[in-house]
Design a protein around this ligand. Structure first.
Ligand SMILES: [Zn+2]
Ligand SMILES: [Zn+2]
Length: 363
């Protein structure tokens, strides 16, 4: 089989090429991709901030239709509509046994090496191995993944909306509901109103936040967050004043949806004594965080982190779909501009430029 895919030969540029795809193994499926969201993780690789082997096919947040199945594929059938999970974990390591497949040891090693969980990629270009971003490589017309990485989608959620469920929604909503687990009536600060930040805002609203202050330099993103449940917004320079009005002591829960050391420090700074700051976004490679120990020993703050919503995606996705159906979780207005596969590079540039809404590639 062959597929067209957006290939990154070196950071900063995607080119569409036709790749050779290895024969389907038992337990694998071919997904005809319909929509793929551009995630912050993809942008780290694209900007060269993470060391990844090349050539590589990026993309891991996607939805599509099963085109073929290899042997017994966990009950999946041709024609099934699916959302990709980038964490089809090994099931045997410590994190997997604790129900945290996204923190799976072998999975994170595979992601670093640019392969699937088993160590292969199944993709070549003129005989040369082509690697897979985030153990997926979704920016292609056809993607072969383990059946466990293809999660069945309800018929009433459009695939273009469903793509967002595969990473941003699981990550952002899960950061609140599964990692922070706040009690209703809490106050929240959300730093960064990109794709994941908008879902943190929604997660906080769903969890019953009394106040949600969202901070982002882009006004259009702040406006969007206000429409999704944020009660206040400001730019990064005005956070001190906004917090003085909200609660000078700080918020109960602060979420860093950016993940840079500067924003993590800010999140901890504006968490009240005894409150919790949650790191949701991912930093560039090699970054270090400098902290004041008195924040913990004297002010009893908690600093924690979350990956992929701190829950097994197969468990969390059906809950999200229920929230979409009940109208509590908004997807449609979060879909940004979409680009055909041939313009995948333009899609990445649009995402870097801070387009509000998730930028989609529609292979
Ligand atoms: Zn992602
Ligand atoms: Zn594992």
């Amino acid at each position: 089989m062959r597929t067209r895919a957006a290939v990154m030969h070196a950071p900063g540029k995607l080119e569409v090429e036709e790749l050779e795809v290895e024969e389907l193994l038992p337990g694998e499926v071919v997904v005809r991709m319909v929509a793929v969201g551009v995630c912050g993780t993809d942008l780290h690789s694209y900007k060269g901030e993470w060391d990844r082997p090349t050539p590589i096919v990026l993309g891991h947040e996607g939805a599509g239709v099963i085109e073929a199945v290899g042997g017994d594929a966990g009950g999946l059938r041709q024609g099934d509509r699916v959302v990709l999970s980038w964490a089809p974990a090994c099931g045997e390591c410590g994190p997997c046994r604790r129900g945290r497949p996204a923190a799976c040891g072998p999975l994170s090693s595979a992601i670093g090496k640019g392969t699937l969980l088993g160590g292969r990629t199944g993709l070549t270009l003129a005989g040369e191995t082509v690697y897979r971003g985030t153990a997926t490589g979704a920016l292609a017309e056809r993607v072969v993944v383990a059946s466990g990485a293809a999660m069945l989608l309800a018929d009433d959620v459009p695939l273009e909306h469903a793509a967002l469920l595969g990473c941003a929604a699981l990550t952002g909503v899960g950061a609140v509901l599964n990692a922070a687990r706040p009690e209703a009536g809490f106050t929240a600060l959300v730093l960064g109103a990109g794709g994941v930040g908008q879902f943190v805002v929604q997660g906080a609203r769903i969890a019953g936040a009394a106040e949600i202050l969202v901070v982002d330099p882009v006004e259009a993103r702040r406006e969007q967050a206000l429409g999704l449940g944020a009660t206040r917004s400001c730019g990064p320079d005005d956070i001190r004043e906004a917090m003085r009005e909200l609660d000078p002591e700080g918020v109960d829960y602060a979420f860093d949806a950016v993940g840079a050391p500067a924003t993590t420090k800010l999140a901890l700074r504006w968490t009240r004594g005894g409150g919790t700051a949650v790191v949701v976004g991912l930093p560039a490679g090699g970054e270090q965080l400098e902290l004041d120990p008195f924040e913990f020993s004297n002010r009893e703050k908690t600093l924690t982190g979350t990956i992929y919503g701190s829950e097994d995606p197969a468990v969390a996705l059906p809950r999200l779909i229920d929230l979409v159906r009940s109208g509590e979780l908004e997807l449609a207005s979060l879909v940004g501009p979409s680009f055909p596969l041939d313009r995948a590079d333009d899609a990445f540039q649009a995402s870097l430029a801070g387009e509000p809404g998730r930028v989609l590639v529609t292979p």
